[in-house]
Write a protein that binds this ligand. Structure first.
Ligand code: ZN
Length: 428
């Protein structure tokens, strides 16, 4: 009888750079092939190594190893670089699968992202629709949409020769799509093995804002509390957060200013989530940064002109009822404009705190405009309590931690834990 094995090639003891091989007989599929971020002590990895990945510098992985043939396919769980970052290095023949909504996300990101973050194989990828099973050789794969900060993020249920593996990818239970988890409980039960992420177990993820709704509420409170313009630092790709901003500004009666990248991204994702902004006659305004404009013109011609009625620049400002979610570079003329008028800004930092500490620019801005940054953020990853609830509901026969610096903590916190090392073969 053919054996089925699972090997975490990277991610058993670190966050980011996940890569898992599932093998049945001589056939294998690979889940994620991300760019590593940190080592197993949480120390940052040399960015030069990551942008020049080789087997020798330890960034690339010998995925095929002793196998007689290369993997049948690579499945991408979601559009974050620590999951897709190294897929571009694969040979032409490698087949990469991703969700239709991840595809949309990456199609727009590819146009605007710097070269190092682009996904060069995107056009050659195969797309799947979450919830609809598909086959790769003897493997049957069903993807489920997950509640994560990357739009289109999926988990994978993989069935082969009567065995079942469930890989959560990155997820949480406190975002806008938390109801999705109920759907998963109905369709995934007692898999032979579950690979579950444990990002927040490092203790570096504040629970000051326990849910995405609580972030939205505190933004709405701030925007309503004074008449000053607000400047918000948030990831444009974090669509849940952009919706929080959209709702909070609407509630406060202010206009939300975004850039062309953000607007094109939202328009593209409406294909999958028609409820997303923009909506006709709403409070969304858009700046046309020259670099984005030239990208848009090259790709879509004069299409952007249909957004002329939303267009805003420093000369078109009327009063102070604005919330800006644009790059910090693009914020400068608006900040200066208001400073000249003696108007103070509100600064909101709405991303993982770790980035803020690394960038001196934020401290410089706070000093220059004499305003502190107000922190409003919730993690894209599940907190311990929800991880435990999720594991209880799925009730896997074996639970293997991944995407965590704290795999050791799992044994006391979860049932049926099998902690493995990178490269260790697990028999299913
Ligand atoms: Zn992620």
């Amino acid at each position: 009888m053919l054996t089925t094995t699972i090997t975490i090639l990277r991610g058993a003891d670190t966050i980011g750079g996940s890569c898992i091989k599932v093998k049945h007989g001589e056939d294998s599929i690979v889940l994620d092939y991300g760019a590593p971020i940190m080592d197993s002590f949480g120390e940052a990895i040399d960015t030069h190594d990551v942008t020049h990945p080789t087997l020798e510098n330890g960034i690339l992985l010998d995925i095929q190893g002793q196998d007689s043939q290369p993997p049948l396919a690579y499945l991408l769980s979601h559009a974050h670089p620590d999951h897709y970052g190294l897929l571009s290095t694969l040979s032409e023949e490698a087949k990469v699968y991703l969700s239709d909504s991840s595809y949309s996300m990456m199609k727009i990101s590819n146009l605007f992202y710097p070269e190092s973050l682009q996904f060069h194989k995107l056009e050659a990828c195969y797309q799947f629709t979450p919830g609809r099973a598909f086959s790769i050789g003897l493997f049957t794969v069903t993807a489920f949409l997950m509640d994560h900060s990357a739009f289109g993020a999926c988990s994978f249920l993989i069935q082969v020769a009567g065995k079942t593996l469930f890989y959560t990818g990155d997820f949480r239970g406190h975002g806008r799509k938390s109801k999705i988890n109920e759907f998963i409980y109905k369709h995934v039960s007692q898999p032979d093995l579950m690979l579950i992420e444990g990002t927040t177990l490092d203790g570096g993820h504040s629970q000051q804002f326990p849910t995405e709704k609580s972030v939205e509420a505190s933004m709405a409170k701030l925007f309503s509390s004074n008449s000053n313009p607000s400047f918000v630092v948030a990831a444009g790709g974090n669509i849940d957060r952009i919706v929080s901003l959209y709702n909070a500004t609407k509630k406060a009666g202010k206009k939300l200013v975004i850039d062309l990248y953000q607007l094109y991204l939202l328009e593209e994702l409406k294909k999958h989530s028609p409820g997303l902004p923009p909506h006709k006659g709403d409070h969304l305004r858009v700046i046309f940064p020259s670099s984005q404009l030239s990208t848009i013109k090259k790709q879509f011609g004069e299409d952007f002109l249909r957004y002329s009625d939303r267009h805003i620049n420093v000369h078109k400002l009327q009063g102070t009822d604005y919330v800006f979610r644009i790059s910090t570079y693009a914020m400068q003329p608006y900040l200066n404009h208001y400073k000249e008028q003696g108007v103070s800004p509100n600064f909101v930092y709405s991303m993982w705190k770790g980035y803020q500490d690394k960038q001196p620019m934020f401290g410089e801005m706070a000093e220059a405009y004499n305003q502190p940054w107000q922190y409003m953020h919730t993690s894209g990853h599940a907190y311990l309590e929800f991880l435990q609830e999720f594991a209880d509901r799925i009730a896997p026969k074996k639970l293997v931690p991944i995407h965590t610096l704290n795999g050791d903590k799992f044994e006391t916190l979860f049932k049926n834990v099998e902690k493995v090392d990178n490269g260790e073969v697990i028999y299913l």
